[in-house]
Design a protein around this ligand. Structure first.
Ligand SMILES: CC(C)(COP(=O)(O)OP(=O)(O)OC[C@H]1O[C@@H](n2cnc3c(N)ncnc32)[C@H](O)[C@@H]1OP(=O)(O)O)[C@@H](O)C(=O)NCCC(=O)NCCS
Length: 143
C-alpha cells in the first residue's frame, strides 16, 4: 500500500481548509468552515497530499452519522477507505454512542456494496428523502 495517513482536519491549517472545500461533497466554503470549526472532518494524506475525506455528522446532535466518505479516483483501491472509516469509528466511539449510522442514495449500488463489505448492516429506508425524489437507504455499524 502507498504511504497514507489520516488526521483530524485542523481549522487553522490553510492546506486542510482547501482540502475540505475541494473534497467534501458540499462545495460552499461557508458550510465547510462551520464543519471544520466543529472538528468533523478526517483527511487522508498520501505522500503529504490530501486526497480523501470523511465527515462525521450527528443526528439530533447526538447520534454519529457518516455524512460522507470520498477518495479521489486515482487513490481508490488501496484500502484507504478503511483508514478513514477507522478514524470515524474512533471519533464516534468517544461519544459513548453504541452505533454509527450512514446512508446512500437508493439508486447507487456501489456505495451500498462498499458499506456492506466494510461491516455496515442494512438499517432501513426513507422514501423520497432526496430533493430529486430518490429514496435514501440507511446502514448501521456497532461501535
Ligand atoms: C467508497 C470509496 C470511499 C471506497 O474507497 P476505495 O479506495 O475504492 O476502497 P478501498 O480500497 O479502501 O477498499 C476497502 C475494502 O472495501 C472493498 N470495496 C471497495 N469498493 C467496494 C465496492 N464498491 N463494493 C464492495 N466492496 C468494495 C474493497 O474490496 C476492500 O475490501 P478488503 O479490505 O476486504 O480487501 C470510494 O470508492 C469513493 O470515494 N467513492 C465515491 C464516493 C462514494 O460513493 N462514497 C460513499 C458514499 S458516501
Amino acid at each position: 500500500m502507498p504511504n497514507g495517513s489520516v488526521h483530524l482536519a485542523d481549522p487553522e491549517s490553510s492546506r486542510d481548509r482547501d482540502a475540505v472545500v475541494r473534497l467534501d461533497n458540499r462545495d460552499d466554503a461557508a458550510t465547510a468552515d462551520l464543519r471544520l470549526a466543529q472538528r468533523r472532518f478526517h483527511l487522508l494524506l498520501v505522500d503529504g497530499e490530501p486526497c480523501g475525506i470523511a465527515r462525521l455528522d450527528w443526528v439530533w446532535e447526538l447520534i454519529p452519522y457518516l455524512g460522507y466518505i470520498g477518495i479521489e479516483p486515482a487513490h481508490r483501491g488501496f484500502g484507504y477507505s478503511r483508514l478513514l472509516l477507522d478514524a470515524v469509528v474512533e471519533h464516534a466511539r468517544a461519544s459513548g454512542q453504541p452505533r454509527l449510522f450512514s446512508s446512500s442514495t437508493a439508486d447507487e449500488p456501489e456505495p451500498q456494496a462498499w458499506h456492506r463489505h466494510v461491516g455496515f448492516r442494512d438499517a432501513g429506508r426513507i422514501r423520497e428523502l432526496n430533493d430529486f425524489g430518490e429514496d435514501e437507504v440507511f446502514f448501521c455499524l456497532d461501535l
